[in-house]
Design a binder for this molecule. Sequence first.
Ligand code: GDP
Length: 445
Amino acid sequence: MFDNLSDRISKTLKGLRGQGRLTEADIDKTVREIRRALLDADVAVPVVRQFASRVRERALGAEVSKALNPAQQVVKIVHAELVEILGGATGQLQFAKNPPTVIMLAGLQGAGKTTLAGKLAKHLKEEGHTPLLVASDLQRPNAVNQLQIVGERAGVKVFAPEPGNGVGDPVVVALDGVATAAREQYDVVIVDTAGRLGVDEEMMQQARDIRDAVEPHNILFVVDAMIGQDAARVAEAFRDGVGFTGVVLSKLDGDARGGAALSVTGITDRPILFASTGEALGDFERFHPDRMASRILDMGDVLTLIEQAEKRMDREEAEKVASKLAQGEEFNLNDFMSMLQQIKSMGSMKKMLGMMPNMRQYKQAIDQFDDSMITRIEAMVQSMTPFERANPKEINGSRRARIAKGSGTTVTEVNRLLDQFKQMQKMMGSVGRGMAGGGAMGAPG
Ligand code: GDP
């Protein structure tokens, strides 16, 4: 996400450090480099122009010349201005006083609307809502089916036209969907609509017809971050053609240069509410301009990391292991397996590492990190008998060979796993003893 842009801006700003005073020439050079980096990342020209002139103006002003550490002050200004172009405060969905709240999705075909519908429904469900998905994309042959699959995965009901009724009317489906939600006490309705490969008048008319029929409280414009410079133009077309209340950036996980993220709000004056970062239902996050700016400047996004860990961790499972250790029981391979599953449920290790501060310098190592390693370890542990898992010390040579064969790995890998596990067991043992002995983490007093 924003890799190249982030590399260049953070490098430029790091170059300023260590300078006691900053001359006008230093500042001009910095602004010029950032400006070039933004343009290369496909950020729309008017947005770049305004950003550069604001950073320059502020950097030449008193807040920098009087600062104890002028370079740090410039970083602060760049951060603040990035937050501004990303929309300032975190945007919110509007919820209706009288449910159901209606959310309509709009965007080009392939933008990621249907996928997003499932992600959003899952997210709302986790927040305590009871969403209903409505399949009003009757253009794309497989769209209804795809929404049904996504809904099933998210555990959310899908309202769709009866199959075999010929090509239905998307406006009627949308209206029926909202009426069904009201009758059956769903409090949020998400209406998926059709897109085309390019902007065209017929599509806009259909979107307007659906809009006028269901009067949505939110219209979310879904835009593929990978379409680069085009994002600004498509956003303008949708703003003028249908209008929208908020933006969702999809495919931010790709090699996107990030221009869409940094242009759409500046051009349309609508906040980015969510970001989609992969094909799985969990690859979804609220969009926080300040946190995103920190990520771009390689300052990390620890808040999002913690939130995701909290949401996806199985607290009960974690506490079980902790209390076992506290009672002085030995950490065994079953506990290890349960830990691995927790890590896996948090999603990609690579993505998590990317959210830590100052990680850009380790980029190569992170890129080489292989998420499938966890799967291999899991396979090895699964190939062990319950006795072996509880008594790793008893795993001798012939058992190792059997485990390697059963898990499709090699004896070397099994050896490595057991060695690493031994180290870990030692570490866990001392944590456990500390807890059991009423040390720092034990009973008060
Ligand atoms: P729609 O035509 O707007 O409904 O788009 P879809 O939801 O069908 O998405 C089009 C393609 O993009 C599908 O293959 C999705 O799996 C994929 N996709 C959607 N969102 C993301 C994302 O955030 N990241 C990645 N890598 N792929 C995505």
